[in-house]
Design a protein around this ligand. Structure first.
Ligand code: ADP
Length: 320
């Protein structure tokens, strides 16, 4: 059987300060949160009942082994997740500073994810997939960028639907201008782009979602989705466009909402492809309503992976 969604990119551990409004140095302790946006999407797809695989690299160290185990326990396929003896698993330490800013310190000496290389990408593995999804940070080093472009080339060759979420985490990119350049170049490879309201102005220079949609469509993708937090999302494919209202949620913490949303969209597209059909223009609002429900549910629980909803939970919210 085909893998529904193959994700490529960063897999890391965020150590999130247990106390709010203190600097990192004053933090009394940290909670361990495994994640990385593309890995969260893979986890989201399996929680919705699909199949997913993850391509990436972690250090051959206790953190890397832990991350592999987390994905395996979720039944995300990890045969293309490499353990690198020469590098460390990427770790980040995150705190909310007293002035309200997010403080993030990075431990990457050197980060294994940035050492993913073109020769690590197995054509056979990608060939058996249905949808390929990637994020931006893998475009951040020459080696991981070559690996990402190689994977995209295989995905294109074998007819996978290609999805891209820039997911601009400024703390992961030392140089924001470099990030903007790479992300803009990254649009050209994708069929589907999800971008959030928080990031599109900086990345595209547009001031409205409609302009952002046009801007990205001009660069190649066939569908652009702009997520709007509690307000849901906007979509356009050039033929049809619109706003899809969000769901009311008792928000606890919003980490992972965008990844739950992407997982829901890609899960639906992959299901259709498995059945030998595609999502029609008039069905897009229902697909995005399903994704809004998944995103809303992810805000009601703490953490990224633990907050990802199951198919039953999403359907229950849609029916409520
Ligand atoms: P990201 O997490 O990538 O920054 P958003 O914050 O826009 O993206 O969230 C993604 C999706 O999750 C939204 O389109 C929406 O469907 C849902 N969502 C996010 N925040 C909320 C919220 N406060 N209430 C309800 N739904 C939300």
């Amino acid at each position: 059987m085909k893998t529904d969604v193959i994700c490529l990119g960063e897999l890391l551990i965020d150590f999130v300060s247990m106390a709010k409004d203190v600097s990192l140095i004053e933090s009394p302790g940290f909670l361990k949160a495994p994640g990385g946006a593309p890995a969260n999407v893979a986890a989201g797809v399996v929680k919705l009942g699909g199949t997913a695989g993850f391509i990436g690299k972690v250090g051959d160290d206790p953190f890397g082994l832990y991350l592999k185990q987390v994905l395996n326990q979720l039944t995300v396929e990890t045969s293309c997740l490499a353990l690198d003896r020469e590098a460390r698993t990427t770790l980040s330490f995150v705190a909310q500073r007293p002035d309200g800013d997010r403080e993030c310190m990075f431990y990457r000496h050197p980060g294994a994810d940035m050492r993913l290389a073109a020769e690590d990408i197995a054509e056979d593995y990608i060939a058996q997939g249905s949808v390929f999804h990637y994020g931006s940070i893998s475009l951040g080093s020459p080696s991981s960028k070559a690996a990402t472009l190689q994977a995209i080339a295989y995905a294109r060759k074998h007819g996978l639907l290609i999805s891209y979420d820039p997911n601009l985490r400024t703390d992961l990119w030392p140089d924001p201008e470099h990030a903007r350049e790479e992300i803009n170049a990254g649009f050209a490879h994708a069929d589907v782009v999800k971008i959030s309201e928080e990031e599109y102005r900086f990345i595209t220079g547009c001031t409205t979602v409609e302009d952002c949609g046009r801007y990205i469509l001009e660069r190649g993708p066939g569908l652009v989705i702009v997520t709007l937090g509690k307000d849901g999302c906007y979509y356009t494919n050039g033929r049809t466009s619109g706003f899809i209202a969000g769901f009311q949620a008792e928000v606890v913490e919003t980490t992972g909402a965008g990844d739950a949303f992407v997982a829901a969209v890609l899960h639906t597209f992959a299901e259709r492809r498995r059945a030998g059909s595609t999502v029609q223009d008039e069905e897009l609002p229902a697909v995005l309503r399903f994704a809004n429900a998944a995103g809303a549910l992810a805000t009601t629980r703490i953490g990224a992976i633990p907050s990802l909803p199951t198919q039953d939970e999403v359907l229950a919210l849609l029916d409520s």
